[in-house]
Structures are given as structure tokens and as C-alpha cells.
Design a protein around this ligand. Structure first.
Ligand SMILES: [Zn+2]
Length: 399
């Protein structure tokens, strides 16, 4: 029996710290592992050697600051993770390995709001097809990350707001998909996954405190505090779209007046342009026209930016993030939207909260959520499957 504090359990704890650091970062030099785990260089060196001999990690030569170094990552074939992202109009699936490499990715149009059963049927088919196409043994899958376009109730695991996805009322997305695939499924909303995706692969790399803002049919924020997604006890943290900007403003779908959403979301913004630009506008089209110099669309994009900036200023005063990443198609507007956001932030946030803030466009575009789903599994899977070969990794049910 191991006793806490014994040499064996200390060694095991050190192994887990190193594996966890590498799993979350993708790859690290030995010096970086020492910094992030607090272990000595000699201990890290010994542990990396042991993990390499056991086939858990791979070590490749690299350079760090002009000096030769050794880059440590989890073995590519140690396990695979799957990401599934349901948007309102699409389904996207990605397969990655534990070294943070994306091996396959595909998306298809889907009316997700219509029927959850149809959505899960299509997701199951696409996951199994991609796994077969990449030639991976189904027993290598350690988990699936699943993104849904609405808040998940932390206690029940069901979608919290049925007004957003009426066809999904009472559905437990994690249970539904794990029943079909036979592996653990970790679920989160699209804004949180966008934040995780940008944190691990995109514009948030290297920071620990980040807010990811996504403007689509609604407005949401994914909050990363000290490197962790902050969800709150009810799973609704980051509902920035319902910050009040104008008490006598338009009535919002939530029942309040003048929410941030009523000045920024497509359903409220597009009607402003319909008499001048016709009825078939989408936000994507508005952004494209703004980039081409259309004065009306430029004005609307700038106004949206100023209003988002007011919300971001509130967020800065409360949470003091070091980076705000704008996701979704609005980010394609670049400085046309980012400059007004920065201007509002400098006007409304207290200077000490805004001083170290950078506001950047997302680097991953429409892939942010599905890559965040991969990152969710990499973050939550634990290390027992990697360190104990006696524990089976779970196997994907093929029927
Ligand atoms: Zn509202």
C-alpha cells in the first residue's frame, strides 16, 4: 500500500505533474516544464527519461532563445481526442492526438435547432467516418468534447435555456452522445469552447486571463481565469450580452431593455440596414461590404464595436483580463471593429484595469469551438489512462 508522503507516492505525484503540464500545453521544453511544475531541472530530466522509456512522451530537438533544447510532447499514438461542435447552422468534427495535432476535420451544414435526435445521428456518423478515414483504432479514443450553442446547467447537464434551442428541451447532450459512442463525453457551451480553443491554439496563447467574446445570434463571453474556464455555480458566467447599456433601449428577448445584445446581435443590427441595403443581408455580408468601403456598413460595424467596447470595459473593471479575443465572423472586420472596441474600453474602463489589456481578433475563425472541444478533453481527461497501462482507455462502440 502507498502511503501519502512516501517516496512512491511523491514520485507518482511528480509524474502526474509533468504529464499534466505537457498535456495542457501540447509541447514544452524541459526548462519550461521545470518552471510550470516547480520541480528541479534534475527531477524533470529523470522523469522525462522515465516517461520516454515507457512510451508516454516523445522528445524532439528544438531551439529555445537561440539555444538547443529538447521539446517534450505526449506520444502521438498514446491516445486520440474527438471534438464535436454544434452551431445553429452547422456541425463540425475534429480528431486530434494528445500531442495537440489535428489529424482530421470536417464540417457540414445542419439545422441544429430543428431536432436534437437528427443532430446526434449526424454527429455519430461523421465521428465514425472520420475515425475510420484516419485509420485510428477506436480503442485509442480517450474522450469526446462537445460544444452546444447554449448554456449547460451544471447540476442537471441539460441545456439551461430552452428558448435558445427549443428542439433540445430536456436533452442531456453528454449522456446522449456517450451512449452512442461508448466513450466519456465532456460538454460545454460554444463561448467557453471558443475561449479554450483560442487559449490553446490561437490568439490567447501565453496568457492566463482571457475573455473570448462572440457575437452571433446572441452575444456571449467565455472567461478564462488563471488558466481555467470560469463557469459559475449555474454554468451561466459570461452572459455579457445582457449587460444593460440603456434602460430605455429596445426590449431584449430576455425581457429587459437596452441589453448589449440589442445593440450588437444580428437580429437587432441587420434591420438598421435593410431599407438601404435590401432584405437579404447577413452579418457576414455587412462585414464584407464594410471592408469594401460601404459607408453604411462601416458605420454599423463601428457602432457595434463601440457597444461591445462598453461591455468589455465593464468586464475589465470586474475581472482585469490581460487579453480580449473577438471571435465569430465580426472579427473579420479587423480594425473596423477592433479600434472602436479599444476606444470604448479606454473611455469607460478604469485606466489601471485597461492598461495591460490587448484586444485581438480570434486566430481560428469558425474552427475555434471545435478546437476548444479538443482542448476540453485534453484538459479534463486526467492522466490515469496515460500512466497506468492496466486502465483501459475506453473503446468506441461501433455498431
Ligand atoms: Zn437581454
Amino acid at each position: 500500500m502507498e502511503t501519502p508522503g512516501s517516496q512512491t507516492s511523491l514520485h507518482r505525484a511528480n509524474l502526474e505533474r509533468v504529464v499534466r503540464a505537457v498535456r495542457l500545453a501540447g509541447s514544452l521544453t524541459q526548462a519550461e516544464i521545470a518552471r510550470s511544475t516547480g520541480l528541479s531541472a534534475a527531477t524533470v530530466s529523470n522523469i522525462v527519461r522515465e516517461l520516454r522509456e515507457g512510451g508516454t512522451v516523445e522528445v524532439t530537438p528544438t531551439s529555445a532563445g537561440g539555444r538547443r533544447a529538447r521539446s517534450v510532447s505526449l506520444s502521438g499514438d498514446a491516445g486520440m481526442v474527438v471534438g464535436v461542435d454544434f452551431g445553429h447552422t452547422h456541425l463540425r468534427v475534429a480528431i486530434g492526438n494528445l500531442a495537440h495535432q489535428v489529424l482530421a476535420e470536417e464540417s457540414e451544414p445542419l439545422d441544429v435547432d430543428a431536432s436534437s435526435a437528427q443532430g446526434f445521428d449526424r454527429a455519430e456518423l461523421l465521428v465514425k467516418r472520420l475515425i475510420e478515414a484516419t485509420g485510428i483504432g477506436p480503442d485509442k479514443i480517450v474522450g469526446v468534447g462537445l460544444g452546444v450553442p447554449g448554456p449547460i446547467d451544471v447540476e442537471s447537464g441539460t441545456l439551461g435555456s430552452t428558448a435558445i434551442l427549443p428542439g433540445w428541451s430536456g436533452i442531456n447532450p453528454s449522456r446522449e452522445l456517450s451512449g452512442r459512442l461508448g466513450v466519456p463525453v465532456y460538454v460545454d457551451n460554444d463561448a467557453n469552447l471558443g475561449a479554450l480553443g483560442e487559449l490553446v491554439w490561437g490568439s490567447g496563447r501565453g496568457v492566463k486571463d482571457l475573455a473570448y467574446i462572440k457575437v452571433a445570434s446572441g452575444v456571449g463571453a467565455g472567461l478564462v481565469i488563471e488558466g481555467q474556464i470560469y463557469r459559475g455555480p449555474g454554468g451561466t458566467a459570461g452572459e455579457i450580452g445582457h449587460i444593460t447599456l440603456d434602460e430605455s433601449g429596445p426590449v431584449c428577448r430576455c425581457g429587459n431593455r437596452g441589453c448589449l445584445e440589442t445593440f450588437t446581435a444580428a437580429r437587432y443590427v441587420l434591420p438598421l440596414l435593410q431599407s438601404s441595403h435590401g432584405p437579404d443581408l447577413t452579418m457576414e455580408k455587412v462585414v464584407q461590404l464594410a471592408r469594401e468601403g460601404d459607408p453604411g456598413c462601416r458605420r454599423v460595424v463601428a457602432d457595434v464595436g463601440r457597444h461591445i467596447g462598453s461591455g468589455v470595459a465593464n468586464l475589465c473593471n470586474l475581472l482585469n483580463p490581460s487579453r480580449v479575443v473577438l471571435g465569430g465572423s465580426l472579427a473579420e472586420a479587423g480594425e473596423l471593429v477592433l479600434a472602436p472596441i479599444r476606444e470604448s474600453v479606454s473611455r469607460y474602463a478604469i485606466p489601471s484595469a485597461a492598461r495591460r489589456l490587448s484586444v485581438l481578433p480570434g486566430a481560428l475563425g469558425a474552427r475555434a469551438e471545435v478546437l476548444g472541444a479538443l482542448a476540453l478533453v485534453l484538459g479534463e481527461m486526467g492522466d490515469s489512462t496515460l500512466l497506468d497501462s492496466s486502465v483501459p482507455a475506453g473503446s468506441l462502440a461501433f455498431t
